[in-house]
Design a protein around this ligand. Structure first.
Ligand SMILES: [Zn+2]
Ligand SMILES: [Zn+2]
Length: 419
């Protein structure tokens, strides 16, 4: 059951009742977007556009605010997708529902939007739309199809779909999304290092100095780590030196065995070229050029939600794991080549080694006793309270307060317990 929202009440009888009674002259978008004394929206230049002009179009309701930077960056992307769709003649329109603080902020923000807006002064309508679609966080893009049930949105996750598929997501139907999903699966199945790292006018990576171009072909047949990172990100700054030292150890190990089968490629999330140059300058491996079109694609393709992230590509060009960072933290250079067979071996070794660990320990700086736990006995993925890195498998855990550290991080004190 739903309650009638304020703007429908304002609309004087144009609303649907719970029983589904519908007056034939009522249109879906009018009852949503007009009010008793307003039947128009604002165009980008501030002129009035009749709400009835939207009939028959697929509509995106865009909840956003200028004071929030994730909104501002999504607005840029959405504007380019919108322009692309418009240039193809797609029957698509967006209506901005502002959460800006004042009229000036609203007008400023709106000036970079090529679509329509609910007037800033119509607080009631904005509130009613937020309530009706249960908008909890911004940016939020709700998709409405003209023919769909009036009470529900067609899709609630427009922001995610635009990030993932761009203008390809149009017309936002279930069938279209299933098709995109299948295409994506196929892409992963047919993935090669070349399809991942080249783009139409570039078949090389940057070495040191960056003017040194290294052909992507020279990496074929190697295990390659794609390192998603940025200098602005603190956990990245902490992880990078560790990765560098482990990179050297793996290289050395392989050299001793007479091969050279490992490389890392930096996929930069830096915000400007200067930070990219200084950050990449500290790394011993290769990089995609700053701002290269392939970078955005890779973040999307591997669905990278947070950095630092290390994706491992096997010698056959297929993805081995997206958990490279975690595995480096757990097993250091021993994680190489990150395959399931190798990990099984390492887990077995870890279980063996854990047999010799004391069941309990006191860790320097923590007053409670810690208990040795494994995945099967109350452990699981955790963040080590000592080194701040991820862990899984064996750990020393405080049963009283949840404090948890890697076995390798325990600095034993008192009670004769030693690790
Ligand atoms: Zn630790
Ligand atoms: Zn404790």
């Amino acid at each position: 059951m739903r309650t009638v929202t304020t703007d429908e009440a304002n609309n004087g009888g144009n609303n649907l009742t719970n029983g589904g009674f519908e007056k034939s002259f009522t249109s879906r978008f009018s009852s949503l977007l007009a009010s008793r004394d307003r039947d128009y929206l604002l165009s980008p230049t501030g002129t009035q556009v009749k709400v009835s002009d939207l009939e028959g179009k697929i509509l995106g309701l865009y909840f956003s605010a200028n004071w929030y930077s994730p909104c501002r960056s999504f607005t840029q992307l959405l504007a380019s997708v919108y322009e692309q769709l418009k240039s193809k003649g797609s029957e698509f329109e967006i209506v901005f529902v502002s959460s800006d603080e004042d009229l000036e902020a609203f007008n400023n923000y709106r000036s970079c939007m090529p679509w329509l807006s609910v007037p800033f002064s119509d607080l009631e309508s904005k509130k009613a739309l937020n309530r009706k679609f249960e908008v909890e966080g911004i940016p939020c893009l709700i998709i409405l199809h003209p023919g769909d049930n009036k009470d529900e949105a067609t899709l609630y996750d427009g922001v995610e779909l635009i990030y993932r598929y761009g203008d390809q997501a149009f017309p936002f139907t279930k069938e279209k999304l299933e098709e995109l999903h299948r295409e994506e699966e196929l892409k992963h199945e047919n993935q090669t290092l070349t399809t991942l790292l080249t783009n139409h006018d570039r078949d090389y990576l940057l070495g040191h100095p960056p003017t040194n171009q290294v052909p992507i072909d020279s990496l074929i047949g190697k295990t390659v780590g794609l390192y998603f990172s940025g200098q602005w990100c603190l956990p990245c700054l902490k992880f990078t030196p560790k990765l560098i030292s482990i990179y050297h150890k793996i290289k050395q190990l392989l050299e001793e065995q007479g091969g050279e089968d490992f490389e890392i490629v930096f996929v930069s999330n830096d915000r400007d070229e200067d930070s990219f140059e200084s950050y990449f300058g500290s790394m011993p491996w290769l990089s995609l050029p700053f701002g290269d079109a392939a970078i955005k694609g890779l973040y999307k393709y591997f669905d990278v939600q947070g950095i630092p992230c290390l994706v491992i590509i096997g010698a056959d060009g297929k993805t081995v794991t997206k958990l490279g960072r975690n595995l480096i933290n757990l097993y250091q250079e021993n994680a190489y080549p990150f395959t399931e067979a190798k990990l099984q071996l390492l887990r077995k070794e870890m279980d063996e080694a854990a047999k010799n660990l004391p069941k309990f320990a006191y860790h320097e700086g923590h007053r409670h006793e810690l208990t040795l736990v494994s995945e099967g006995t109350g452990g699981g993925p955790f963040i080590c309270c000592d080194c701040d890195e991820q862990g899984s498998g064996w750990a020393y855990q405080c049963l009283e307060c949840g404090y948890e550290v890697h076995p390798k991080c325990v600095r034993a004190v008192g009670n004769g317990a030693s690790v």
